[in-house]
Each structure stands twice: as structure tokens, then as C-alpha cells.
Ligand binder design. Structure first.
Ligand code: C2E
Ligand code: MG
Ligand code: MG
Ligand code: MG
Length: 279
């Protein structure tokens, strides 16, 4: 850590800081090359209809196949990409790659839907809605087959702007989801005014293998709220059979999680749609 020690302003660079700064520079440089070098990959995690155990759609999840470092998860590079603006190009790539893929799957599974995560920075680009429209047209994917996921914290950070941006997207016909719901601080009055279709309940709510009565009461309240607002509910992080059963009984519509299906390679997706994944 750099220290300012009084009027002499002696800056002390500790070795740890040097290493950290260097790693960050390397990461930035490597990230700049990643798109051109075709190093991004998408995994797909099915969304399961809890009543039937059947997969209805998939969420695209980015990975970076960084040379010599294996598959890097998004937490390790998306924050930087958001800071330096690279997220715009990465986000365009994700939508196009996932959109083309989903259009191919829909030839044999016409009802398959696609969820794509969008960062706050993408949303503030005035061209974003037009970009999305152009990309989906290029893929031959109907807007109604796509749901864009925005985190609750992004939406609530500046709800007025969010409402305006989401309106343009809504006009295109894409679905809109609030991701990680419950981790931000939703103002209920804004929640009602956001033109969204889907509430994704953060996995923090079912973090216990066997949810307690209090856990369930909270989730039940969220599900009821969603129903009042006419939103579909998706519960994230279903890791046990017990959680699956509890969420189904609470009337939650869809689930995602390791118990239902892990994020999988695109090659494995058709098989996931061939038969119910869980019973
Ligand atoms: P998210 O959209 O909330 O995605 C869910 C995350 O939870 C994924 O992590 C998924 O692999 C993980 N997950 C799924 N089921 C379970 C479970 O049962 N237990 C646990 N513990 N985790 C589970 P992942 O793939 O590392 O993605 C992390 C976050 O990165 C995503 O959270 C999303 O916010 C962001 N992200 C991923 N792909 C993209 C992208 O293409 N664009 C943008 N802007 N963000 C992305
Ligand atoms: Mg998501
Ligand atoms: Mg989420
Ligand atoms: Mg999450």
C-alpha cells in the first residue's frame, strides 16, 4: 500500500502492491487481446420448470480460456472490463454468440429460451437497444425468445435511468429479469415501475441445505410479491433435493442450481432438453 507520511510525502511501494499492479496490467493487456484471439467461451445453465423438472431455457455464462491459466470465471475479469469499458465489446460478443447458438437449438427445440446477463455499463449506452435488435435480427432469433438479466443493484443504483433504458428494450419485445434479487436494496415503489418480467431470487436466500422456517417465510413473501407484480420467479442456487421440493411447494416457477443442472458445455445442451432433468 502506498503511504503518504507527512509533509515529506514518502511513497512506499510494498512488494505486494507491485505484484498486484503488475498482475492488473497483465490482465488488462491480455483481456484486450482476448476477443480478437477468440478466447471467450460460453457455458449454459438450464432453467428448470420446478413443477415438471423440465428444462425450458438456458442462461449463457461467460468463461475466459486464458492461455496457460485455464478457464477464468467472470468475477475475475468482468469488473475490470466494466471499469475500462471493454464490457461493451464483450457484451456484444456474448449476445451474438449465445443468440446464434440458441437459434440453432431452436430448430429442434422451438420453445427453448435464452437468458443473457447484461452489465450496468452496457445499459447506459444509448445505442444498446438498437444494438440488441440488430444482433437478434442477425441471429434470426425472435426477441420474445430472449430475456436480458440485470442485477438488482444496477437497476436500483439509478432507477429513473434504468426505467427509461428498459422501456426501449421492452419495446423490442425482449424479456427483462432482475438478477440476484434480494442482495440489493430494492425500493418497492420503483420495483413496481420497472418494466420487468422475471425475478431471479438470489441464492443467498436458500443458502442452507435445509431451509429453516424463517428462510421459507422470506422466500414465500418474495414469491407472493412477484405474483402480485405478475413476474415469473426463478430461484437461483438450488443445490439439494430438499431445496428443490421446498421451492416447488412455495410456488416458485423456475429454478437453477447444481442439483438441477450445472452450467454445461453447449454440446451437452440438447441432451438436457431431451428428458426431464430431475423428478
Ligand atoms: P449470475 O448471473 O447470478 O449467475 C449465477 C452464478 O451462480 C453463475 O456463476 C453460476 O455458475 C453459479 N451457480 C449456478 N448454480 C449454482 C449453485 O447451485 N450453487 C452455487 N454456489 N453457484 C451456482 P458464474 O458463471 O461464475 O457467473 C457469475 C456472475 O458473473 C453471474 O452471476 C453474472 O452476474 C456474471 N456473468 C456471467 N456471464 C456474464 C456475461 O456474459 N455478461 C455479464 N455482464 N455478466 C456475466
Ligand atoms: Mg444471471
Ligand atoms: Mg443471479
Ligand atoms: Mg448471482
Amino acid at each position: 500500500r502506498a503511504k503518504k507520511d507527512g509533509p515529506g510525502k514518502v511513497i512506499v511501494f510494498e512488494p505486494a502492491m507491485h505484484a498486484e499492479a503488475l498482475a492488473r496490467l497483465t490482465l488488462t493487456a491480455d483481456l484486450r487481446h482476448a476477443l480478437a484471439a477468440d478466447e471467450f467461451r460460453l457455458l449454459y445453465q438450464p432453467l428448470i420448470r420446478l413443477e415438471t423438472g423440465v428444462a425450458t431455457g438456458v442462461e449463457a455464462l461467460i468463461r475466459w480460456k486464458r492461455p496457460g491459466r485455464g478457464y477464468v470465471p467472470p468475477v475475475e475479469f468482468l469488473p475490470l472490463a466494466e471499469e475500462n469499458g471493454m464490457i461493451a465489446d464483450i457484451g456484444r460478443w456474448v449476445l451474438r454468440a449465445a443468440g446464434e447458438q440458441a437459434a440453432r437449438w431452436r430448430r429442434t427445440h422451438p420453445a427453448l429460451t435464452l437468458n443473457v446477463n447484461v452489465s450496468g455499463r452496457q445499459l447506459t449506452d444509448p445505442q444498446f437497444a438498437a444494438d440488441v435488435e440488430q444482433t437478434l435480427t442477425g441471429c434470426g432469433l425472435p426477441a420474445g425468445a430472449v430475456t436480458l438479466e440485470l442485477t438488482e443493484s444496477v437497476l436500483m443504483n439509478d432507477p429513473r435511468t434504468a426505467i427509461a433504458c428498459l422501456g426501449d428494450l421492452r419495446d423490442l419485445g425482449v424479456g427483462l429479469a432482475i438478477d440476484d434479487f434480494g442482495t440489493g436494496y430494492s425500493s418497492l415503489s420503483y420495483l413496481q415501475r420497472l418494466p420487468v418480467d422475471e425475478l431471479k431470487i438470489d441464492r443467498a436466500f436458500i443458502s442452507r441445505a435445509e431451509p429453516t422456517a424463517a428462510d421459507l417465510a422470506v422466500i414465500r413473501t418474495v414469491v407472493e410479491l412477484a405474483r402480485t407484480l405478475k413476474l415469473r420467479t426463478v430461484v437461483e442456487g438450488v443445490e439439494t433435493e430438499e431445496q428443490h421440493r421446498a421451492m416447488r411447494e412455495l410456488g416458485c416457477d423456475y429454478g437453477q442450481g447444481y442439483h438441477l443442472c450445472r452450467p454445461i458445455e453447449p454440446e451437452s445442451v440438447p441432451a438436457a432438453f431431451a428428458a426431464p432433468l430431475v423428478t
